[in-house]
Design a protein around this ligand. Structure first.
Ligand SMILES: [Zn+2]
Length: 594
């Protein structure tokens, strides 16, 4: 592992706001930066970054936080050593320094990096067979029929897996990899007579991640197998430590710069559909396997683009997949378009057939909602009232997820005029559909809300009073208020109690609160430091003293309740003390009344 010294060097050279701002759009709010959380779907921004503390925290569903390293680990699914490598490179620290004392302790990280090596070697091996070896002739002939140039084959490192049984296994054994690692890489399969190659007699497409590492392969059958057995057209790497089908985007390593530059990405279904337009200069393009998007893929694309152009099959299955993707993509606030390819060809054929028409179609790609409305309009007879209903039920849920009110209104108008109905009838139907859909959801919300009333209020106040004290410009007075009414036993979680003790202890210099935090309280301190940023406007909050008093009363009442329900020790004394404390607190409340 890189030394502590290297790690702190990286920390000092990379600003957290700049780093995270490169992935999500942060808005400055007071001394914090905020955004909707990139790690869960939400509408209100509960993801907070603090330049002072160089920390981030999600106060929404994730409830996680950390520094530059943990952010990148979570974002790119990296291990700590990998995050150090990546950020170290950005900070301009030499790779040798970063590697010094490689992470031998972390077995998983070691296997991961060996799998990357194996994948890289396999990619080069297959490419060699394709371009230099007689066994690759079948692959070459096939690429010629698909009109893929040598330059493109090299640039995408296309390859050919020979028809033999275990050529790759032998090659990798010679390179020193043991059976366990080869199996973990997914390149080999265990048979009764030892390992054999997973990919045989196939054109090989290495799949890369955004860091340009080979994560896996897609192998395409190009001829019938010699024994005449039926075989799958495509074989893919199984899930491994580095290959996760849900995350993979074919071509992203080549396309990401063009995607970032243009802010838009064209999404196609197959490898050739990606490669051919790319070879013709349309470089902001990636392929997904199958037609359904995953959240993980959208999350990756959101780093580079705000406009998503679907060039997927316009058959019923393709349209069904498209409809499923829309709410998902809406969650990431993509602008969604459909590229309607002339003559129903796939992008590979269309580009080779008539590039000019393809480019024109691309320039005239239509918003996804118009595309779906048009599709439905042509397939239904809208003179018939039942068809009208079918049309509305098919289209309204999709329009309903549009966030922008102007865009939404535009489509509501389009729908009502297509149906020859006034907008209020359409709105009515939309309302009914929404109710139908919302029932289970609404239930979840109410149970959540009722939970916030009692115990959570207690939890919330504990968090609040500590957070306000540590973030105050001049915390002395708040700390005095804390000392006046509260004791550490009022805090239900031990770390909260300890933090209370820390900030109220007479030895702590108020001006140096942050620097003196004991190590084990550091994470909590950072979380609380960022917490006020997600609270509603402070003008609407009651005074600090009143809040502290409320907390003290809740805590005392809890003591009373417990003494009665689970009597233990000198119950009378406990009850008397609690009652006395309550009356003092009540008196104090009256005197602080506004
Ligand atoms: Zn979150």
């Amino acid at each position: 592992m890189a030394s502590q010294d290297t790690i702190s060097q990286i920390r000092s050279r990379i600003d957290i706001v700049e780093l995270i701002g490169g992935y999500v759009s942060l808005k400055k709010m007071g001394k914090y930066f905020k955004s909707p959380c990139p790690f869960h779907q939400e509408k209100t921004p509960s993801f907070v970054v603090s330049p002072d503390r160089q920390r981030w925290h999600c106060f929404g569903a994730c409830h996680e936080g950390g520094d530059i390293f943990t952010f990148l680990m979570k974002w790119d699914n990296l291990t700590f050593p990998e995050a150090i490598m990546e950020l170290g490179k950005r900070a301009g620290i030499s790779v040798e320094d970063l590697k010094s004392g490689a992470p031998a302790s972390d077995a998983e990280a070691r296997t991961k990096s060996q799998i990357f090596e194996i994948n890289e070697l396999a990619a080069r091996y297959y490419h060699y067979v394709l371009t230099k070896d007689a066994h690759g002739a079948a692959g070459c002939t096939y690429l010629e029929t698909r009109r893929v140039s040598d330059a493109i084959a090299s640039s995408f490192c296309l390859g050919y897996a020979p028809e033999s049984w275990d050529n790759l296994v032998q090659y990798l054994h010679k390179k020193g990899y043991d059976d366990a690692t080869l199996l973990a890489s997914g390149m080999c399969v265990e048979g009764t007579r030892g390992l054999y190659d997973r990919f045989r007699g196939r054109l090989m497409f290495p799949i890369y991640n955004t860091l340009e590492q080979v994560i896996g392969f897609s192998g395409r059958l190009i001829a019938k197998s010699p024994d005449g057995k039926e075989q799958a057209k495509y074989v893919n790497t199984p899930e491994t430590l580095v290959y996760h089908k849900r995350e993979s985007l074919y071509g992203i390593h080549k396309a990401k710069d063009a995607i970032r530059k243009s802010g838009s990405v064209i999404v196609v279904e197959g490898e050739f559909d990606m490669i051919t337009p790319f070879a013709h200069g349309i470089e902001n393009i990636v392929a997904i396997k199958g037609s359904a998007f995953t959240t993980e893929q959208l999350k990756t694309l959101k780093r580079y683009a705000h406009k998503l152009i679907f060039a997927l099959d316009a058959d019923p299955a393709g349209i069904a997949a498209l409809k499923k993707t829309i709410p998902l993509a809406q969650g990431f606030e993509f602008e969604l378009y459909v590229l309607a390819i002339p003559d129903g060809k796939d992008p590979d054929e269309a580009v080779k057939h008539d590039f000019v028409s393809f480019k024109r179609a691309l320039e005239h790609c239509v918003p996804v909602y118009d595309f779906i409305i048009d599709q439905q309009l042509t397939s239904l007879n809208l003179k018939d009232p039942f068809s009208k209903n079918e049309f509305a039920e098919g289209i309204l849920p999709i329009i309903d997820v549009i966030k922008n009110p102007i865009v939404k209104q535009h489509y509501m108008q389009r729908i009502s005029s297509a149906l020859e109905l006034d907008q209020s009838s359409v709105l009515n139907l939309q309302y009914m559909l929404r109710q139908k859909k919302k029932t289970p959801h609404a239930y979840a919300q109410t149970t959540e809300a009722s939970k916030t009333t009692s115990q959570s209020r207690y939890d919330l106040l504990q968090k609040y009073v500590l957070a306000m004290a540590i973030t105050a410009a001049n915390p002395s007075q708040m700390i005095q208020t804390l000392q006046k009414y509260l004791e550490s036993a009022d805090f239900t979680q031990p770390p909260y109690a300890q933090l209370f003790e820390y900030i109220t202890s007479p030895e702590v210099a108020v001006i140096a609160l942050a620097t003196g935090v004991p190590n084990h309280l550091r994470d909590l301190y950072d979380e609380l430091y960022l917490y006020p940023s997600v609270l509603p406007d402070s003008d609407a909050q009651p005074s600090y003293e009143r809040t502290v008093l409320e907390l003290a009363k809740i805590a005392t009442t809890a003591v009373l309740k417990k003494a009665v329900s689970e009597p233990e020790g000198d119950v009378d004394a406990v009850i008397t003390a609690a009652q006395k404390r309550l009356s003092i607190l009540n008196l104090a409340s009256i005197s602080t009344s506004p």
